[in-house]
Write a protein that binds this ligand. Structure first.
Ligand SMILES: C[S@@+](CC[C@H](N)C(=O)[O-])C[C@H]1O[C@@H](n2cnc3c(N)ncnc32)[C@H](O)[C@@H]1O
Length: 300
């Protein structure tokens, strides 16, 4: 930002900042500037336009510059703001966990719809969320499935801490039990069984693809939340192997998959006894969610 003593109004900052970020190659430059300026001034994005000719105080300009610098270092906007929206729920987010993604709302919707349609007659629908991160999926299910009771596990103590804060912040803490546990060492850490549904958005990026991720993701989000350190399929194998033990007979698994993974995941599920397989696409027409049913003994 030029240093001369100039009066900067809200609209000046929006115009200048948008051009500057765009020139540096950042997507969604205008949205980013509006969000950072809204945060600086403590107002909603759309209210900025009501105040378009309001001059900024020096302290406000300084604060805006600090936030803009963070974005210029590629820190995701959600971490800078410390919050995001998931399934119309406002959640706290920071470096302790992955930022919930819009495509994960497809998984949330599939599970919520399934529980409401097929499991509404049960006194309690017991759901296990594997790799809860910020708690987004567990919280969405707890909020929108009236008769749900959720166990949410994560290997990361920091993520569990954040997820608990989010559960308290959304009034869902009574319906969710958080457990710090390594799902890949399940045999040593069995917590509960008899679940109706397992839901998971696991770390599915193959290690070989980590280096090609955008800097925003690579440098800021926890690597254990992104990749299994192998071929990206570790959790899908483990979930489907453990499903007959963790689920009640005929219980369901819903997982999110990366672009191009759904068919392999469906095959792995089927090889481990999964039936009634269904693949759901996201809004970009990418196969995003795999659903399967598991029986403790094969019924075929
Ligand atoms: C892709 S993130 C998903 C977070 C959240 N459910 C979401 O959808 O935004 C995967 C999560 O799995 C957790 N995780 C990684 N390895 C794990 C393991 N061995 N056992 C349990 N959780 C694990 C990570 O800490 C991370 O929070």
């Amino acid at each position: 930002m030029p240093v001369e003593e100039k009066v900067w109004t809200v609209i000046d900052i929006i115009r200048w900042g948008t051009g500057y970020l765009a020139e540096k190659g950042f997507d969604e430059a205008r949205l980013t500037v509006e969000l950072l300026l809204g945060e600086t001034l403590g107002v909603k994005r759309f209210d900025l336009y009501v105040k378009h000719d309001q001059p900024l105080k020096k302290s406000e300009l300084d604060q805006f510059k600090v936030l803009l610098k963070r974005r210029l270092s590629h820190e995701p906007v959600q971490y800078i703001l410390g919050k995001t929206n998931f399934y119309s729920i406002e959640l706290k987010v920071d470096k302790r966990a992955l930022i919930p993604r819009p495509e994960t709302e497809i998984l949330a919707e599939a599970v919520i719809e399934h529980c409401r349609t097929f499991l509404s007659q049960k006194d309690v629908v017991r759901v296990l969320d594997v790799g809860t991160g910020s708690g987004c999926l567990a919280i969405a299910v707890a909020k929108f499935v009236k008769n749900s009771s959720v166990v949410a596990i994560d290997k990361s103590a920091a993520a569990i801490e954040l997820a608990k804060e989010n559960a308290r912040g959304t009034g869902t803490e009574e319906k969710i039990t958080f457990v710090q546990s390594d799902f890949l060492k399940l045999e040593n850490n069995v917590f509960e069984t008899g679940f109706d549904v397992i839901i998971s958005n696991p770390p599915y990026i193959p290690e070989s693809e980590l280096a090609s991720l955008a800097q925003d993701i690579r440098d800021f989000e926890p690597v254990d939340a992104l990749s299994d350190g192998r071929d990206g399929m570790t959790f899908f194998r483990k979930i489907s192997e453990a499903a007959p033990m963790l689920l009640r007979d005929g219980g369901w698994v819903f997982v999110e998959t990366a672009y191009g993974q759904a068919k392999d995941v469906a095959r792995i599920f089927s090889e481990n006894g999964g039936t009634e397989l269904l693949v759901k696409k996201d809004l970009s027409n990418i196969e995003r969610v795999v659903r399967s049913r598991f029986f403790s003994s094969r019924h075929d």
